[in-house]
Design a protein around this ligand. Structure first.
Ligand SMILES: [Zn+2]
Length: 172
């Protein structure tokens, strides 16, 4: 199993509360599910404090919604630093975080990096009625609206088409 990139991890964490058949589920609520999720994203490390990970996720969601201050991420960053590793080609900086909140720290740092490099690009899927997922917009035009084109993108396109036809038919 491989490690997820920090940005991929941030998105995966934000998306641990999907809406499945109209019901919001929390993939981190059950300890077994949470451990499986952590395992999937660390390649085996299961020392993560799941309660802190969930709290960090909720803070990150609130930050995306503009309903929290960055200081609320402090618990995830406790004891976190960058460590210099010198190699043949120069210095590499790697995030050093306590094992109990390594994932929470990486997600928080990834959110902050995006805040600088791509402000406003982490957002909720435009299909707010049925979907509770987030997306990170990497498009040039900054116009991505759906968590996935195959899922919500097509669904919303079909709905707009249907509504347009309905309107056209009901016109006198
Ligand atoms: Zn969606």
């Amino acid at each position: 199993m491989s490690q997820t990139s920090d940005e991929g991890l941030l998105l995966a964490l934000l998306n641990t509360t999907p809406t499945v058949e109209g019901v919001r589920v929390d993939r981190l609520a059950d300890p077994e599910d949470a451990r499986a999720w952590v395992r999937e994203h660390t390649g085996g490390d299961i020392q993560e404090d799941v309660a802190l990970l969930r709290a960090t996720r909720d803070t990150l969601k609130a930050l995306v919604d503009g309903e929290a201050e960055a200081t609320a991420l402090a618990p995830a960053l406790d004891g976190v630093s960058y460590r210099a590793a010198i190699g043949d080609t120069g210095i590499d900086w790697e995030l050093a975080a306590p094992a109990e909140h390594a994932l929470a720290a990486r997600a928080a740092v990834a959110w902050d990096a995006l805040r600088h490099s791509a402000p406003g690009r982490v957002r909720r899927c435009g299909n707010t009625e049925e979907c509770s997922l987030f997306l990170i917009d990497h498009s040039k035009s900054n116009s991505a609206r759906w968590c996935s084109m195959a899922g919500c993108g097509n669904r919303m396109k079909a709905r707009r088409h249907y509504e347009r036809r309905k309107r056209t038919r009901s016109e006198p």
